[in-house]
Ligand binder design. Structure first.
Ligand code: GRF
Length: 221
């Protein structure tokens, strides 16, 4: 199997982008990030791209006539570099049809809550304010909705009574950095099968579809 070519879209800090870079550099993921596209000229993700020799482009949506035109151009740039999987890593825009149609079931996103609970912005704050006792993160394929596409992997974490948005976000982020590269690895091994909104993982032995608090077992006594 040839090395998977990845394109990353990020708007900010880029810690998920970094976790993918790290997995590739430590040879746990047989992939290559061929392009970073950011809509934010001051995104820290750019510094990470420079440091690790990832080619990057700054594309500002307001420089395009319409949102669709922005996504048409984005798809063109990704196709030009033969990208096979598009990874949204803190990309703060709703992806529109031209990009989705160009990469059907080939765009992944990570969300900091257990979907379908708490979609949209501030998933961690929403879970806290709702009084949930467990939250986590979700890697899913992207469709035209807001965090509604087929779910690939989830990880659960507890919410403690004294948690703040910061402490919960930090706990969730550690798992984001585990499950995102894991989902990409499964994709690169061609082990992800999508039927409608059902995702199955070929050869899954229970532990791969999700990473949870080790106290949660498949068959608890
Ligand atoms: C993460 O919490 C991710 O789940 C959400 O946006 C945040 C991005 O963080 N989609 P980073 O830029 O990857 O550090």
């Amino acid at each position: 199997m040839s090395m998977l070519k990845i394109g990353v879209l990020a708007s900010g800090r880029g810690s998920n982008f970094q976790s993918i870079i790290d997995e590739i550099e430590s040879q746990h993921l047989d992939a290559e990030i061929v392009l970073l596209i950011t809509d934010n000229p001051s995104a820290f993700a750019i510094e990470r791209a420079k440091k690790h020799g990832v080619h990057y482009l700054i594309m500002r949506p307001k420089e395009f006539h319409s949102k669709d035109e922005f996504f048409i151009k984005t798809a063109e740039e990704l196709k030009e570099r033969h990208v096979e999987l598009v990874v949204l890593a803190g990309f703060m825009r709703i992806v529109r049809k031209p990009l989705i149609d160009a990469f059907p079931n080939r765009i992944m996103n990570i969300h900091p809550a257990l979907l379908p609970a708490f979609p949209g912005l501030h998933g961690q704050r929403q879970a806290l304010e709702y009084g949930a006792k467990i939250s986590g993160c979700t890697v899913h394929f992207v469709d035209e909705g807001m965090d509604t596409g087929p779910i690939i992997i989830q990880a659960a974490v507890p919410i403690f009574q004294d948690d703040t948005e910061e402490t919960l976000s930090e706990r969730i982020l550690k798992y984001e950095h585990k499950i995102y590269p894991e989902a990409i690895r499964l994709f690169s091994e061609e082990r992800i099968e999508v039927k409608g909104r059902m995702v199955s993982i070929k050869g899954d032995t229970f532990s791969e579809a999700f990473i949870v608090n080790p106290a949660i077992k498949k068959n608890p006594e």
